[in-house]
Design a protein around this ligand. Sequence first.
Ligand code: HEM
Length: 253
Amino acid sequence: MAIDRPVTAPERGDAQERESGVGRARKVPFAIDFYRSAVGKKYVMAVSGIILMGYVFAHMVGNLKLYLGAEQMNHYAEFLRTLLEPIFPYSGALWLMRLVLLAAVILHIHASYSLTMMNRRARPVRYQSKRDYIAADFAARTMRWTGVIVLLFIVFHLLDLTFGPANPDFQAGKPYENTVASFQRVWVSLFYILANLALGVHLYHGAWSLFQSMGWNRRRFNAWRRYFAVGFAAIIVAGNVSFPIAVLAGVIS
Ligand code: HEM
């Protein structure tokens, strides 16, 4: 076919360029290019993990209001809905936080999935010898399963306490009453306790390894990393598990 203009290098298909792919390489934004690398995915996992840890901590502290009674708890929930009014409309700031949270969850899951796929491609044959299970402890080996449990828990939790279909006594705008009614069902309380134990194991390994992913891993700080990971996971689990136990014991009613 005759071309009525100077022929470009990609059209000529220079052998060298064809082999290296240089002539055809499309320019992609730095952020996407970075995310395609293993280091980029680990970084995204760490940053989204930090956001989720911040939420889980703030949520647990906020839920301590359950011990102060219905008025305090429901007032706190309303405070979140009127946050930054009138700069934002009613619930506006809350929706912004929900979007950030949702983006963090999606990125966290996507990065972990594609890192697993990258690792599989790099090692298509599974390890034949026994793995070094001291270096890769229980928490590290079960990250995928504890992650899946936490995800399933969040779906149930939203249907139970935010939207209501999983909670027969649900009343809009009354989180205290909804939580008490929900935890009075023993199977729900047991599920919350188990899911929060899984969350604790997940948080422990996540809080430990995020320092590695961010490059904050000086050897002499390792003991502090361990204290931080254990302490953070223990505080979240203790707080969250205490709520269903307190309802079942009649301390919160
Ligand atoms: C026993 C522990 C927990 C209790 C008592 C609890 C309680 C609640 C309540 C009452 C709500 C509804 C708030 C409202 O409508 O104003 C809620 C929402 C929510 N909870 Fe929990 N929660 C617990 C643990 C968790 C955990 C471990 C996670 C995450 C891993 C989580 C994630 C969420 C999310 C994402 C929402 C929706 C927030 C929103 O859109 O406003 N919760 N929780």
